[in-house]
Design a protein. Sequence first.
Length: 464
Amino acid sequence: MSSTLTPLWELRAEFAVRLAELYGAEVPAYNTLVDVSREVNEAFIARNGADAERLGSIDRVTAERHGAIRVGSARELAQVGRVFAGFGMHPVGFYDLRDASRSSVPVVSTAFRPIAADELAKNPFRVFTSMLAHDDRRFFDEPTQARLEEFIGSRELFGEELLALADRSAQQGGLEREDADRFLDLATASFELSDEPIDHEWYHHLEAISSVAADIGGVPATHINHLTPRVLDIDDLYKRMTDRGITMIDEIQGPPDWEGPDVLLRQTSFRALDEHRMFRYPDGEVREGTLRVRFGEVEQRGIALTAKGRDLYDQLVAEVDRRRHEEQPDRTRVEVALDVWRESLPSTELELAAQGLCFFTFRRGDGVVPLTETASLRELLEAGVIVAEPIVYEDFLPRSAAGIFQSNLRGEGSRDDEQLGTPYDIDRLSEVIGIRIADPTSLYAEQQQASLDALEAELRMRIR
Ligand code: OOG
Ligand code: NI
């Protein structure tokens, strides 16, 4: 019977398309962003030829999206985990947005995404998923926490039928067509903006603490917060959107534009427009009002950094902050970052590989194999015995995420640092979801090591 199953990757691809249709209907500026992203990618391919697809085929990049959702409790997050498992998406990485910025973002997050390289190649759809830390005393006093728990505890984001279909899909590795359609309908609908009235007073009580808290705990349902296309040249996109009269946030977050290889992730966004929602006022009356919590985001992906590369990256970020603070207050972050990058980061893939700063898979090249028992990665690369192919960064950056959250927020919110925060880490969040959250760096390292093991066997030598 299994031949009639629609496999997980196909369900995932269809899910991404369904959400895009939904989000495009809800936030029309998203469609503009997708159009401009396509223009940017086509222009980039025309300028750069085959090299342009070094970090992913044009088909993959054009179809590629990440989504973001926010939920209110451990129970809701565990249910999200079941829904996404039905699409072959598993939790990877732990992000604590409470620490990543000075403003109030009381959430901890992970990303659900495919893990195996072939699954990523078929469809890499990923969803950044945040859970409200409703028990964090720095943000919520006791009465607010109690009311949050009551409010969130009494809503149902995902029904039993949806969860049962998701579980079955995960178990069988797919669903029969009829069930697949039902699964897609129910899953997509659970991320649709609800038209149920919002309690005005409660929403604004939470908003004074954090807009993100209000968007999670002040509304009766969850919704897709944004859907982010991937581009091959984010600087070009930024210009084209600005030319169309769309006001982007002040800068592109993450590494600067430079002549060397792109690493990690660069992102930028524009604030969404006001959206109409219904509010219930204390006198019981329901009137229309507006909210502005969703935004348009776009990203460019680079090569994944090793732990050593990530340490260096973190040092460079700190160095940029230091110079701006102590020496060059009049220059922008991006200008200073460009100097720091040029001074400190190798500008070729070969050097990034040889120094162990970025992850690659390695394959046999045309170079003549030396007659030795061991050789260094550098020697083999320089002699063309082996060739390095970059491993793309599939994950997120807490500092950029915080920057994106922050630049799209209305107020700073409030936070009492005299109070103790709730300790969350990858282990605790894994327990909440009931699934072990994978460590992204280990996943990339395994992929790289597997290619090296295969080469060692093929070349009959040890690679140092
Ligand atoms: C998630 C923000 C993080 C990204 O791309 O870094 C994110 C949110 O706004 O809920 O999506
Ligand atoms: Ni995002």
